[in-house]
Design a protein. Sequence first.
Length: 340
Amino acid sequence: MKMAIFGATGQVGSVMINILEESNLEIDELRLFASPKSAGKKLSFKGEEIIVEDSYSGNYKGIDIALFSCGKTASLELAPLVGSAGAVVIDNSSAWRMDDEVPLVVPEVNPDDLKNIKKNIVANPNCTTMIAMPVLAPIRDAAGIKRVIVTSFQAVSGAGVAGVKELSEQTAAFGNSASQLAFSGRAADGMEPRTFMAPIAFNVVPFAGALASDGSGETDEEQKWRNESRKILGLPGLAVDCTCARVPVFTGHSLSLHLELENDLEPEKAKELLAEAKSVVLTEIPTPLTAAGKNPTFVGRIRRDKTAEHGLAMFLSGDNLRKGAALNTVQIAEELSRRA
């Protein structure tokens, strides 16, 4: 198999390389692509140095599977070109997720959607949506899901290297004076946000993504969660309300889920189901620190939601760079390889 990574020098691209080294895929050749300014750099894969190629001027022939993490604009331009050269593109951006001719796949949930690849493109879900899918699928199968109310607590690495840098710099700027924030938020005066809507250090910012243009007051992150979960779970009428918040965590998205089910599901039965679910770890207190650097979604605090008939509530955390992005992309490649 000949594989390629587009966006190889980025945050998710580097995780893709690491996960490919850990995977069971038999890769005869790996090619790495990035923006023109990064072309010529050397990256290591299994002890071999690979020269990074220019994404826009490369020869794409001979590639079997291309993993994309180069952003929506680049993907809209490059994915059809790479696909037309014969590769199956697995894209990590938002460019193709809601295209009716492009499957949106989480291998533990809807692998059979890979039977219907029409444009040589497969889409990877948003990292926040992704982390919940292995948890929601077995609950859907056991009891049906009518409604989901979700609040996300999203790590700064979801905003890329710039988000990580901003939290690190703002945290360091407080030095030993952070405890002053216990008495007044004015201790953060002068801390100008660049990546986020407000200072992120020691704060919670109830806004992630960009404001949607439809007048709903939602962000695109919130709408992605609704639309993508419907498509992945095969529930086009699923009622979803989502609030996405950015929190001062480097890696690890967390979600508070309140579910209204079609049929009753006892919390203890839900725990039994999730204890057996693929890519899920049942734990008492899931946290982003527990999840960072690990592949599964960690789920806990499973209890009745007494505000809804057949209500269930839970909390979960997952690594947004691994399962939320790079790992799922590689798992799709593994599934395609098995089906070849």
